[in-house]
Design a protein around this ligand. Structure first.
Ligand code: THU
Length: 130
């Protein structure tokens, strides 16, 4: 699965975003180490706080299906510009794929890639709970 293919799947996922409040749609596609793809979109809520980001939707779908090892995740937004994962999503990604890649896409500027560790330096993880 190429980065570009994963970005295309993230765009597919974005069409299901439920965003009546922000109208900002996000799609994510998460590739597991055994080759499965889990797609996610953002799901908003009238109470705002319960809103779930696309990245966490994809990750929680995978974890709840018994899949815990991941290679990379692609994230796209309806703005057509880069949408970097929020702090909460970075923490969730750090739990399961600290060395995994995050691929962001912009219609004009193309793809850029970071590791989760780059996006969350000195992240708090299982190693810190002693
Ligand atoms: N959002 C995501 O889905 N992922 C991100 O990484 C950033 C923000 C969503 C949450 C909310 O539905 C909308 O974008 C505006 O913040």
């Amino acid at each position: 699965m190429t980065d570009k293919e994963l970005v295309m799947l993230a765009k597919e996922a974005m069409q299901y975003a439920y965003t009546p409040y922000s109208n900002f749609k996000v799609g994510a596609a998460l590739l597991s180490k055994d080759g499965q793809v889990f797609k996610g979109c953002n799901i908003e809520n009238a109470a705002y706080g319960p809103t779930n980001c696309a990245e966490r939707t994809a990750m929680f779908k995978a974890i709840s299906e018994g899949v815990r090892e991941f290679e990379k995740i692609a994230v796209v937004a309806s703005s057509g510009d880069y949408a970097a994962p929020c702090g909460v999503c970075r923490q969730v990604l750090f739990e399961f794929m600290p060395e995994g890649k995050v691929i962001l896409d912009s219609d004009e500027k193309g793809m850029i890639t970071y590791t989760v560790e780059e996006l969350l330096p000195m992240g708090f993880g299982a190693k810190d709970i002693k």
